[in-house]
Ligand binder design. Structure first.
Ligand code: HPA
Length: 233
C-alpha cells in the first residue's frame, strides 16, 4: 500500500497500461482482459489486474496532468516494482498532417514544466521514452497494419492557455502534438531506471480546429489500446 494505491504489492503486474481516465481503464479491462480484478480504487483511480492472451497486465488510470501521472507512476515503479508503464492517451495535433484518430508514438516529450527539475534537479526539458519498448510498439503496429507517426510531443501544464503559441513550440522543438502527462512519466522512468512508452490518439487539432466528441473519443481508442496490449506479448 502507498498513500495513493491500496493494492498489495503482488496484485500489480510488472507491466502497466495507463489511460488518463478511470472509466477508460474499466472499459479496457471489461473488453480485453480475462481473470481480472479491481486491485485499487483510491480516489476512484481504478487499477485492475488481469490477463491479456495469458500475459499478466495491470490497467490503471493516471488522472490528468503531470502531478497526477507523476504520483502514480512513481509509486508503481518505486513501491510496486513495476518494470514498464505504457501511457495511452489523447493529444491535440499541431499541424494539418495530424488527422483525427491518427496514432502517435511519443519518442520524446518536451516540456516547460518544472516537474523533472523539482523532482531530482534534472535540467533537460526534452526527455525520451524507452527505445526497446518503442521498437516493440513500432514492430507491432506494422504487424497490425496500423499507421503510426513517431515524434516529439509537448507536455503542457495548461490546457486552456491564452498565451501559448503552438506554432512557435512546433517550430522550435519539433513537437507534433500536445498532451499533459508524458514528460512526468518519462522522467520517473529515467530517474528510477525503468521503462516507459506513450501511444496517443489525435483527439483534436489546434491548426485545423477539428475535434472529436467525447463519445467518438472513447470509441476511437480501440486501435490504440489494441496496439498497447499486443505490444506487451
Ligand atoms: N492540449 C493538451 N492536452 C490535450 C489536448 C490539447 O489540445 N488534446 C488532448 N489532450
Amino acid at each position: 500500500m502507498t498513500p495513493h494505491i491500496s493494492a498489495n504489492k503482488e496484485d500489480i503486474a510488472k507491466v502497466v497500461i495507463m489511460p488518463g481516465d478511470p472509466l477508460r481503464a474499466k472499459m479496457i479491462v471489461e473488453t480485453y482482459l480475462t481473470d481480472y480484478r479491481l486491485v485499487s480504487d483510491v480516489r476512484n483511480i481504478y487499477a485492475y489486474t488481469g490477463k491479456y492472451k495469458g500475459v499478466d497486465v495491470t490497467i490503471m488510470a493516471s488522472g490528468m496532468g503531470m502531478p497526477s501521472m507523476g504520483i502514480y507512476s512513481y509509486e508503481l515503479y518505486k513501491f510496486y516494482d513495476v518494470d514498464t508503464i505504457i501511457r495511452v492517451g489523447s493529444c491535440g495535433g499541431y499541424t494539418k498532417e495530424q488527422k483525427l484518430y491518427d496514432l502517435i508514438l511519443a519518442v520524446k516529450a518536451y516540456s516547460k514544466s518544472t516537474f523533472a527539475q523539482v523532482q531530482d534537479g534534472e535540467s533537460s526539458n526534452l526527455l525520451s521514452s524507452t527505445e526497446s519498448v518503442n521498437l516493440k510498439i513500432m514492430e507491432t503496429a506494422k504487424k497490425l497494419n496500423l499507421p503510426l507517426s513517431v515524434g516529439i510531443v509537448n507536455s503542457t501544464d495548461v490546457f486552456y492557455s491564452d498565451v501559448e503559441d503552438f506554432h512557435k513550440i512546433h517550430s522550435e522543438t519539433g513537437a507534433i502534438a500536445t498532451e499533459m502527462e508524458s514528460f512526468a512519466l518519462f522522467h520517473n522512468a529515467k530517474h528510477l531506471g525503468k521503462k516507459c512508452a506513450c501511444i496517443l490518439t489525435v483527439s483534436d487539432n489546434l491548426e485545423t480546429k477539428e475535434e472529436t466528441t467525447s463519445l467518438e473519443r472513447q470509441n476511437s481508442f480501440t486501435k490504440m489500446i489494441e496496439l498497447a496490449l499486443e505490444s506487451i506479448l
